[in-house]
Design a protein around this ligand. Structure first.
Ligand SMILES: Cc1cc2nc3c(=O)[nH]c(=O)nc-3n(C[C@H](O)[C@H](O)[C@H](O)COP(=O)(O)OP(=O)(O)OC[C@H]3O[C@@H](n4cnc5c(N)ncnc54)[C@H](O)[C@@H]3O)c2cc1C
Length: 488
């Protein structure tokens, strides 16, 4: 197979769809994003970008576009009880150092704007007011129609259209997200200036930290966003009924959920004048994310929506995009077919997403702490004791220690924080090629992999005029295998 032109259609310009647009445009494919909304945007609430995805914001240059808005905190504290006692604590800068990438907090609309700008700069075309209403397979291509009647043809379609995905409905009508618990989420954003003016004692929460007030029956997370100008508040509470769709919450009822929490936190919540109740739906693990031909595939919330307690929903969507970008680059280079690339994506990403759904649910149980709050708090005493002994340089916990506060602990979930979706995609491609090849008896090098690596000499990806044009090094059109080895 030689280098080919690939037309990829992405349905949905949410955080996941935009990340995929950037990664796939970087792969050398022609990318068109079809978005139902007539204006691009996101809600103003905060979102955390942990090292498993901040790495992509850096790789793609998004961090430069929104650098003034990104916040790095210097402590992550979990408190319990009305007279708040510290029950868990982690050092985000240490986590960032170990993972190699920062742990950022940002407003969702700022992040969305940064991804949009980057996607456009990478050459992706974003079409607004294009709600996809029809999709059909025509030979090896996919034809899509928007509600305005416009038609589009693609070699590959990615359904990044969120929790109520149209694309998923077409492929798997029986797959429905469900409420797996009675927990719902609430959000608010306050100006730090206003908080300080009205509640001077709230200063303790406005020192560049992330503070979690945890349990019983709910939790409250507060962290700075917008370059430190605003405080994001995201809370959870376990009601008596299941919540299945967003709805306006009665503000007094909302504040009442936390009446046994610290008085300062309650005062801050009093400044939140309006909030909605957000359902936390989960998709049951699916057998497949794609059609039989493997040229229509799901990603993000459309494929694996999860509870939010690990701050990994959008992160997992961004990882999907990064992974797809890398395997699609091999389709463009002529190493893989579209269906092979989608199969590798499903093999690697489906189990990963299911694991994240499970740990997200468990992180919720830990933080809601409905029954076992004393046992939970006792389990994290090593972190607290080390801090009491030396608050500046607490001794690192024993290497065998695991914190129950999984979402801020690299020791508890290294496969989340240290994971590199692009690297994983590369491994998937290499392992696939290796499985197709014959190893040399002399040096154990597989012929398929050797050919693949030598191919970088013939096609180094440098565009020489025109979309998908490639600089072919003169005289290297056919790489001489003999010259580079022992005649594999
Ligand atoms: C309270 C709360 C806090 C959270 N905090 C975090 C966090 O800190 N970190 C984190 O990583 N995740 C977090 N999440 C999860 C995160 O919000 C989602 O997982 C993420 O936004 C999903 O992105 P997506 O692109 O897959 O879907 P969406 O954001 O839903 O985007 C889908 C897009 O598709 C468009 N669309 C839909 N149908 C069509 C159609 N037929 N045609 C064309 N376009 C269509 C929509 O208009 C939309 O723009 C949180 C979630 C909640 C509820």
């Amino acid at each position: 197979m030689g280098r080919r032109t690939l037309r990829v259609g992405i349905v949905g310009a949410g955080l996941g769809g935009l990340a995929a647009a950037i990664a796939i445009a970087r792969a050398g494919a022609n990318v068109t994003v079809l978005e139902a909304a007539t204006e691009l945007g996101e809600i103003g609430a905060g979102i955390q970008m942990l090292p498993n995805v901040s790495r992509f914001l850096i790789r793609w240059g998004v961090d430069k576009i929104i650098s003034d808005e990104l916040v790095e905190h210097h402590e992550c504290c979990t408190w319990a009880g009305p007279e708040p006692t510290l029950v868990a604590r982690s050092d985000p800068k240490l986590l960032a150092k170990q993972a190699g990438f920062p742990w950022w907090m940002v407003r969702r609309d700022h992040l969305h704007a940064g991804l949009t700008k980057s996607a456009k700069e990478h050459g992706a075309k974003i079409i607004l007011g294009a709600r996809v209403v029809k999709m059909e397979e025509v030979g090896d291509t996919v034809k899509i129609q928007s509600h305005g009647g416009q038609s589009y043809g693609f070699d590959m379609v990615i359904g990044a259209d969120g929790i109520n995905s149209f694309v998923r409905g077409q492929l798997f009508p029986e797959a429905m997200p469900i409420a797996t618990s009675k927990v719902a989420a609430y959000r608010g954003v306050l100006s730090c200036k206003q908080i300080l003016a009205e509640i001077p004692e709230a200063r303790t929460f406005l020192r560049g930290t992330m503070d979690v007030s945890s349990g019983p029956r709910g939790y409250i997370v507060m962290y700075p966003i917008s370059g430190g100008k605003e405080l994001n508040i995201v809370t959870a509470f376990c009601k008596d009924d299941y919540v299945t769709k967003p709805e306006d919450a009665d503000i007094e009822e909302f504040r009442g959920y936390y009446q046994d929490y610290s008085p300062v936190v309650q005062k801050i919540l009093k400044l939140v004048n309006y909030t909605q109740r957000w359902p936390l739906l989960q998709l049951p693990p699916m057998k497949s994310w794609s059609n039989e031909k493997h040229n229509i595939v799901l990603m993000g919330d459309a494929a694996h929506c999860m509870q939010n307690h690990m701050a990994q929903g959008a992160a997992t969507a961004i990882e999907d995009g990064a992974f797809l970008g890398r395997v699609i680059s091999e389709v463009v280079r002529g190493t893989l077919s579209v269906s092979q690339c989608v199969e590798l994506y499903e093999q690697r990403r489906m189990p990963k997403a299911y694991l994240k759904q499970q740990i997200s649910f468990m992180s919720g149980l830990m933080n809601l702490a409905e029954e076992s709050i004393e046992q939970r708090n006792a389990a994290s005493q090593p972190e607290i004791r080390a801090l009491q002994e030396n608050s500046l340089q607490p001794a690192p916990p024993s290497p065998t220690y695991r914190s129950w506060q999984y979402y801020s602990s690299a020791e508890s979930a290294p496969n989340i924080f240290y994971y590199d979706a692009e690297g994983d995609a590369d491994s998937a491609v290499w392992e696939y090629l290796m499985s197709q090849g014959t190893p040399s008896k002399a040096n154990f090098l597989t012929d398929t992999l050797k050919k693949y690596w030598l191919g970088f000499l013939h096609d180094n990806g440098v565009v020489a005029g025109g979309a998908n044009g490639v600089c072919v090094v003169p005289g290297m059109e056919e790489v001489d295998h003999e010259k580079f080895g022992n005649g594999l």
